[in-house]
Write a protein that binds this ligand. Structure first.
Ligand code: MN
Length: 486
């Protein structure tokens, strides 16, 4: 029997990922019905087109096309000037039409790539294709019931299915790729990327083969993972399961598997269909799509900043890698850094980045913030707060207290500092008076300093800080004390 480590040494992992991204159009892919199913009652956002009733004609949503082009550009891919739609047939209660309109042999996006970084090493993962297709409805199986509920609100929602090449060779790479796709779709603003509501779903194809062998093993597909962590876990689980199975003389069966989160295991669902089982044929009701290069150029010229450029922007300003990744997860936080005025020094960028990836994150999670609504921090206030440290009017500790308030409310940090009595006493006159008092009432300490006991100096500073209720500028106190004792 090999240990797990020996197994993973002996066998090599190969993973390819298919990701379904829900596009954030106003209406569905082939009908004018609302695409915003989040707050709708079941089966209220449907039209005869969603059922494919006889006599209905689907028509392509132009906005979905634009978003697909945007996504393709974010994936460094070719946008096909000619693409077409096909019917993919299967029977399932969430698909009353009996077929899904998808793109088979002429997808809109081809040959892209995504770079992922793990421990400062870059891995390039090729994108084979991405195609537009409609989503199916949703089935709910109430526990204990002998029936299943069908909600067709989601039927006809536009999806972009992004298919990677099998370029992924560790579970960590699988996770990093899933997260990078998420960031790309978020920054390109083609999707709401709400993982909890299934806006992005990952199907992970896993096979193993003897290390160094050129042929790929039989693969299994783990369907419908909706977190980066589960992508990693499912790949790691299958890696061990398949290697162990082969090692014991067994054979991996080509099949679709699910991920059981409670048991942290994959489980067999059904044997995998081959493409010919779907009887693909061209969709007769939708003409092929012929794109104008001008449209692609126009969309290209309006592309927002993508994660790659954001990383470079932050790195150039001296911000630490770990902070960069925290900041990237929240475009609104990134915006705060980008909005700092030109010419801001790197010290200030680094200080702001530290606040944003530590204290601000703490406030966000403790208050369960909806970043888009509840975060009212502005770049101006960040800068003002930073200036107050630099001109000595507040201490660094006080800045964190002020931050707590200006994260929630757009108010001048100076006002908060005054209200909370956090302004440092940098006025020599007032400090002078406090220091004189401290010296007078601590004659023993003064004698000790004069006889060389330096600890007594620290004690005196402490006394001054105490008397000023923490508002004295410690640097200034030390300087004045030294002069006076001399
Ligand atoms: Mn699909």
């Amino acid at each position: 029997m090999l240990t797990n480590e020996e197994l993973l040494e002996k066998y090599e992992l190969t993973v390819g990922i298919e990701c379904h991204v829900q596009l954030n159009t106003k209406t569905k892919l082939f009908s004018g019905v609302s695409n915003d199913a989040k707050n709708a009652e079941p089966n209220t956002l449907i039209s005869p087109i969603c059922f494919g009733l006889p006599g209905t004609l689907p028509y392509l949503n132009k906005e979905a096309l634009r978003l697909a082009i945007k996504a393709g550009l974010a994936l460094n891919a070719e946008i096909a000037l000619y693409s077409k739609f096909d019917r993919k047939h299967y029977f399932y209660p969430d698909l009353p039409k009996g077929y899904q309109i998808s793109q088979y042999d002429e997808p809109i996006i081809k040959n892209g790539y995504v770079d992922v970084q793990i421990n400062s090493e870059i891995h390039r993962i090729a994108i084979e294709r991405a195609h537009l297709e409609e989503d199916a409805g949703k089935l709910t199986h109430p526990s204990g019931a002998d029936y299943t509920l069908v909600d067709l609100n989601r039927a006809g929602t536009p999806l972009l299915e992004i298919v990677s090449k099998p370029d992924i060779h560790t579970p960590a790479q699988a996770r990093a790729y899933a997260r990078e796709l998420y960031l790309l779709m978020k920054y390109a603003s083609v999707s709401d990327v709400d993982l909890y509501h299934g806006n992005m779903r990952f199907d992970v194809n896993v096979s193993v083969a003897l290390s160094g062998s050129k042929e790929l093993g039989v693969r299994t597909e783990i369907k419908n993972l909706n977190s980066f962590m589960n992508v990693e876990k499912a790949a790691a689980y299958e890696y061990l399961r398949q290697s162990g199975l082969i090692e014991r003389g067994g054979k991996v069966v080509q099949e679709t598997r699910g991920w059981d989160d409670a048991k942290q295991k994959t489980f067999s669902q059904r044997s995998k269909e081959e493409a010919h089982d779907y009887r693909y044929f061209p969709e007769p009701d939708i003409p092929p799509v012929r794109l104008d290069r001008k449209l692609i150029e126009e969309i290209k010229s309006q592309m927002p900043m993508l994660p790659h450029d954001a990383r470079i922007f932050l790195k150039d300003r001296g911000i630490k890698e770990e902070n960069i990744e925290v900041i990237l997860d929240q475009p609104k936080i990134l915006d705060l850094i980008i909005q700092l005025p030109k010419g801001t020094s790197n010290n200030i960028y680094v200080r702001a980045a530290n606040w944003l990836s530590n204290e601000v994150q703490r406030v966000i999670s403790e208050n369960n913030f909806d970043i888009d609504k509840d975060l009212n921090l502005t770049a101006e206030n960040l800068l003002r707060l930073s200036d107050m440290i630099d001109d000595g009017s507040i201490s660094f500790t006080a800045s964190k207290e002020i931050l707590e308030t200006i994260v929630k409310k757009d108010v001048d940090p100076k006002k908060i500092a005054e209200e909370k009595n956090l302004i440092q006493i940098s006025d020599n006159g007032e400090l002078d008076r406090i220091i004189e008092e401290v010296i007078k009432s601590n004659a023993q300490a003064i004698d000790d300093i004069k006889s060389g006991k330096q600890e007594a100096f620290g004690f005196l500073i402490g006394q001054v800080m105490k008397k000023s209720r923490g508002r004295a500028n410690p640097g200034l106190v030390s300087k004045i004390l030294k002069e006076k004792i001399k």
